[in-house]
Design a binder for this molecule. Structure first.
Ligand SMILES: Cc1cc2nc3c(=O)[nH]c(=O)nc-3n(C[C@H](O)[C@H](O)[C@H](O)COP(=O)(O)OP(=O)(O)OC[C@H]3O[C@@H](n4cnc5c(N)ncnc54)[C@H](O)[C@@H]3O)c2cc1C
Length: 374
C-alpha cells in the first residue's frame, strides 16, 4: 500500500497552491466586499491549465486523473473564495468523457478549457431539492430538435455563457440530460441569489421557454439522465468534500496564528493546554477528512462508482469543517465575531459544503442504505 502522492501529483498541487497564493488570496477580501470575482480570473486560470486538469490532451487539457483534480481544488479553495467554481470545466470534461459524443467534445470542450466559456449543470428546481423524481422541466423531441420548458433553481453561473447540462423529463418518470448553450433564445436568468458566504458566486434561477437545441445535444441515452446525474453527483460530492478539507485547514491555520499572537498575563494563548487540545482535535479531524477524500477520489479514478463512498467523504468532511471553523472562530474570542478577521468569512464558506450536492441527511440515507445493503 503506497500512501505517497506521485511526483506529478505533487507538482500540480504546488502549481495550484502558488496560483492561489499569487492570484486569489490578495483579492479574497475584495471579492467578498464587491460580491464579484475579477473578470480576468477565468483567463488567468486557463493560462496555467487549471480549467482542463482532467480534459483530454487533444482538447488542450492536461489529461490528469480525478485525484489530481481533487489535489488542485484543495489548494485553489484554501483562500475560501468562490473562484473554485470557475474550475467547472473539469466537471464537463468528465461528463463528456463518460457519456458525450465526439461531436459534443469537439463543439464544447476547447472553449471551456481555454476559458472562453463557463459550463454549468442544473438538476435543482423549486420543488425538487433532494428528490430527483420531482423534476418538472420537460424536453420533447420535435422534428429532430429538443424543445425544453421549465424553471431551474440555484444554477451556479447559469447566467454566464457556456454549455449547461439540463436534466429534464422525457417521459413519465423518465429523465434525460441535454446540453443547452446558455446564450440561446428562450433561455434567461434571474439576478443572482444573495448568499451568506462565498459571495461572488453567481447562483441564479434559469427560465427555459421553448428552448430548441439539436437532437445531437442529448447526453448519453434518452431516459438515461439519472444514471448520468448519479455519476456527476458522485464526483461532485468528492469535490465538495475536498473544499471542506480546505476550509477546515484554513480555519485551523487562522486559529493557530491568532493564538500565537494573542497574549494574556500568562503568555500567548497557544501555550495553554486547553487550546492545544482543541488544535489536536481540529487537526485530527481535518487529516482524517483529507485522507478519506483522497482515498475515495483514488477509487473514482480507478473507475469505481463510489456512490456511497463519496457520500461518506462529503458527510464526514463537511461536518468536520463546520465544527473546526466554529471552534477556530471561538479561539479568536470576540474578535472572531468581527469582520476584521478572516475567520468569519472562512466560517461562512465552510457551511456551504453541507448543503450543495445534497444535504447531510441525504448523504446519511445513501451511506445507511449501503451499510444495511437493502
Ligand atoms: C450556493 C449553492 C449553489 C448551488 N448550485 C447548484 C447547481 O449549480 N446546480 C444544481 O442543480 N443545484 C445547485 N444547488 C442546489 C443544492 O444542491 C440543493 O439546494 C440541495 O441539494 C438541497 O436541496 P433543497 O435546498 O431543496 O433541500 P430540501 O430537499 O428541501 O431539504 C430541506 C431539508 O429537509 C431535509 N431532508 C430532505 N429529505 C430528507 C430525508 N429523506 N430525511 C431526512 N431529512 C431530509 C434536508 O436534509 C434539509 O435539511 C446549489 C445550492 C447552493 C446553496
Amino acid at each position: 500500500m503506497d500512501f505517497d502522492l506521485t511526483d506529478e501529483q505533487q507538482m500540480f498541487q504546488k502549481l495550484a497552491r502558488d496560483f492561489a497564493d499569487r492570484e486569489i488570496e490578495p483579492v479574497a477580501e475584495q471579492i467578498e466586499l464587491e460580491d464579484r470575482i475579477p473578470e480576468d480570473m477565468l483567463a488567468k486560470m486557463a493560462r496555467v491549465g487549471l480549467l482542463g486538469v482532467t480534459a483530454p490532451e487533444d482538447y488542450g487539457g492536461l489529461q490528469m486523473g480525478f485525484l489530481t483534480l481533487v489535489l488542485v481544488l484543495e489548494q485553489i479553495h484554501y483562500p475560501c473564495t468562490p473562484c473554485t467554481w470557475l474550475l467547472a470545466g473539469n466537471e464537463l470534461a468528465e461528463v463528456l468523457e463518460a457519456a458525450g459524443t465526439r461531436e459534443q467534445k469537439d463543439e464544447f470542450l476547447p472553449d471551456v478549457v481555454e476559458g472562453k466559456s463557463l459550463p454549468g449543470g442544473v438538476f435543482t428546481e423549486a420543488a425538487t431539492g433532494s428528490y430527483e423524481d420531482m423534476i418538472t422541466t420537460t424536453a420533447k423531441l420535435e422534428n429532430g430538435r429538443w424543445i425544453l420548458n421549465g424553471t431551474k433553481r440555484f444554477h451556479t453561473f447559469g447566467n454566464v455563457d457556456g454549455p449547461a447540462i439540463i436534466f429534464a423529463r422525457t417521459g413519465e418518470k423518465k429523465t434525460s440530460a441535454i446540453i443547452v448553450p446558455k446564450n440561446i433564445e428562450g433561455y434567461t436568468s434571474s439576478k443572482p441569489w444573495g448568499l451568506m458566504g462565498l459571495r461572488g458566486l453567481e447562483t441564479v434561477d434559469t427560465f427555459i421557454r421553448n428552448v430548441s437545441v439539436p437532437e445531437g445535444y442529448l447526453l448519453g441515452e434518452k431516459d438515461g439522465g439519472l444514471d448520468i446525474l448519479f455519476k456527476v453527483t458522485a464526483g461532485g460530492r468528492l469535490r465538495q468534500a475536498i473544499l471542506s478539507v480546505a476550509c477546515g485547514q484554513r480555519a485551523l491555520d487562522e486559529a493557530v496564528s491568532y493564538a500565537r499572537e494573542r497574549t494574556t498575563s500568562r503568555g500567548p494563548i497557544s501555550k495553554m493546554q486547553g487550546i492545544r487540545w482543541q488544535f489536536a482535535e481540529m487537526a485530527s479531524r481535518i487529516e482524517a477528512s483529507r485522507w478519506l477524500t483522497y482515498r475515495m477520489s483514488f477509487l473514482r479514478e480507478q473507475g469505481k462508482a463510489v456512490r456511497s463512498e463519496s457520500a461518506m467523504a462529503k458527510l464526514f468532511a463537511g461536518q468536520a469543517a463546520e465544527w473546526v471553523a466554529s471552534e477556530a472562530l471561538k479561539i479568536h474570542g470576540a474578535y472572531g465575531y468581527t469582520t476584521e478577521y478572516k475567520i468569519e468569512r472562512v466560517h461562512r464558506a465552510a457551511l456551504a459544503q453541507e448543503l450543495i450536492e445534497g444535504t447531510n441527511e441525504i448523504q446519511k440515507s445513501i451511506v445507511g442504505a449501503a451499510v444495511v445493503q437493502d
